[in-house]
Design a protein around this ligand. Structure first.
Ligand SMILES: Cc1cc2nc3c(=O)[nH]c(=O)nc-3n(C[C@H](O)[C@H](O)[C@H](O)COP(=O)(O)OP(=O)(O)OC[C@H]3O[C@@H](n4cnc5c(N)ncnc54)[C@H](O)[C@@H]3O)c2cc1C
Length: 480
């Protein structure tokens, strides 16, 4: 696992520019998280950092070029650099680090916290997650197969997914209903003999554009009249080439098509799926989606922290570029820029602590136990990332919104984080509701404390009195 890894060029660069050169990733683990990180994970974390910085980030532009041009071409592409990176990642022992060791036997044997630390680095590159077989939505989907799949389903889909031979998609959101409330999902799944017949449409189906995407995990309604709205839904595994499925079009994210992965608008017209492809059991769709989303949100959040670090690096590079001197001074000599740097540093560090804490909570029991912390991360981190990105974009002027830096693409992607896996408001509302459960107690406690204070004052012979009480009447004073 701990393959010695060294790239001369980078080593040399770090030695020769010791001013500001970073220490190893393992040395930068926040001190409150360190006791929970194994020696093995620390070693691998350093390998992840070097792999991302030295191979994946430089590969990002090559990948984009290899995807090609034109919708048909881009959504049929399989860039060779990706397979080379996957091979390299496997040699280095960087494979399937996301499956947490205390819940799955199929992964690389790390905790959520340990993978979280690694995911931060993966988030700095567009290709790194897939190169290490840790890319969404496959990660969450593999968890579904590992957690709820039958042996047959695991053999058919989990095995090739774990090997990085195929990809998968998760189809829940629908164009006709407000899908942030999953009880609205209305694709129909009607039992007919030993099959279910699926009718309806889905969109924002991430990954369906990739020709290697072979299985869709689909949520629909099997029992629309069930008294419990949480038991009307089911989740089925649907082979991508089942007759009746059409990928109508791909959706862009603020102009970016995210090819070849992409986000599809898919329709189901009398799609016949064997009942054996039901996940967990009819009416248990909510259980499946809830089980899928917990740790996945932490992965997104940690990758976003890596993206924020990258944005800050680009920001620092620009304000130290000697060629750029507005009004006779380099940008770092304009005080406002350093203040923005400082705020970015503070916000990234605070967010990281929050997310790592959530990961430790999941590790200590399970995702349910960490619901509050996961929701906090889901709301806090995208907001932080967008602020940091915005400052970096601003420092680049026109270049910041163009294709000449990765910042514009990162901003578009970062903006979706406030929507994907449920919009901010839903998580904030839940957090607010739970926090407000203490409201009545807080009111009672504060009133009790006030009363107790009065009693204490009396025991010292004091009357209740405002400290700034004046009782001045001008009319009486003026008579003196
Ligand atoms: C890049 C990207 C990738 C995605 N990938 C996938 C995928 O792979 N699979 C999948 O199934 N879906 C995917 N989605 C869809 C995503 O999960 C949904 O867009 C999201 O859950 C919101 O659902 P909706 O679009 O139907 O918006 P709606 O439910 O219509 O909500 C619209 C807006 O209403 C507001 N709102 C909603 N609820 C509340 C509330 N309780 N209080 C106050 N305001 C509220 C929010 O501002 C929200 O943004 C993806 C989306 C994007 C952008």
């Amino acid at each position: 696992m701990s393959v010695p890894y060294k790239i001369e060029a980078m080593e040399e660069m770090l030695v020769n520019s010791s001013k500001g050169a970073p220490t190893k990733a393992s040395d930068r683990i926040p001190i409150i998280a360190k006791p929970f990180v194994s020696e093995r994970a620390m070693k691998l974390l350093d390998v992840v950092e070097k792999f991302v910085e030295e191979e994946c980030i430089p590969a990002d532009a090559v990948f984009q070029q290899q995807v090609g041009t034109g919708t048909e071409t881009r959504f049929s592409a399989h860039p060779p650099i990706l397979e080379d990176l996957k091979k390299r990642a496997r040699e280095l022992g960087l494979w399937n680090m996301f499956l947490p060791k205390n819940h799955f036997k199929e992964g690389a044997g790390f905790s959520n916290l340990e993978y979280g630390l690694m995911a931060e680095y993966l988030g700095k590159s567009g290709v790194a997650s897939e190169a290490t077989n840790c890319a969404a939505p496959d990660t969450g989907n593999m968890e579904v197969f590992a957690k709820y799949g039958t042996q047959e389903q695991k053999d058919r889909w989990l095995k090739p997914l774990l090997e990085g031979q195929i990809r998968s998609a998760f189809l829940m959101t629908e164009p006709e209903v407000a899908s942030s409330d999953a009880t609205n999902i209305s694709l129909t799944m009607k039992k007919e003999g030993n099959d279910y017949i699926l009718n309806g449409s889905k969109w924002w189906s991430s990954g369906v554009g990739d020709p290697r995407c072979q299985v869709y995990i689909v949520m629909g309604k099997t029992d629309p009249s069930n008294a419990s709205v949480y038991k009307q839904q089911s989740v089925m595994f649907v082979p991508f080439d089942t007759p009746g499925i059409t990928i109508h079009r791909m959706l862009s994210v603020m102009g970016f098509d995210d090819a070849p992965h992409g986000h599809g608008h898919v329709t189901f017209n009398n799609v016949r799926v064997p009942a054996a492809n039901m996940c967990l059991g009819e009416g248990r769709g909510f259980e499946v989606i809830q089980g899928r989303l917990g740790p996945g949100r932490i992965h997104h959040a940690m990758r976003s922290i890596g993206a924020a670090e990258k944005a800050l690096e680009w920001f620092l590079a620009r304000i130290n570029d000697p060629k750029k001197k507005p009004f006779g001074k380099q940008l770092h000599e304009h005080g406002v820029m350093l203040e923005r740097v400082a705020h970015s540093r503070i916000e990234i560090d605070a967010s990281r602590l929050q997310v790592l804490n959530a990961a430790i909570m999941i590790d200590s029991k399970d995702a349910k136990f960490a619901l509050k912390e996961i929701a906090e991360a889901k709301v806090l981190v995208p907001d932080m990332l967008l602020r940091v990105l915005d400052r970096a974009i601003q420092a680049y002027g026109g270049a910041g919104v163009s294709q000449d830096t990765p910042l514009a693409n990162m901003w578009a992607h970062g903006r979706t984080m406030r929507i994907v896996d449920g919009p901010d408001e839903v998580h904030a509302l839940q957090l607010g509701r739970n926090e407000n459960k203490r409201g009545e107690f807080c009111l009672k406690k504060i009133n009790w404390q006030k009363k107790r204070s009065e009693e204490m004052a009396q025991s010292y012979g004091l009357q209740k009195r405002d400290l700034l009480q004046l009782d001045r009447k001008w009319s009486e004073k003026s008579k003196l």
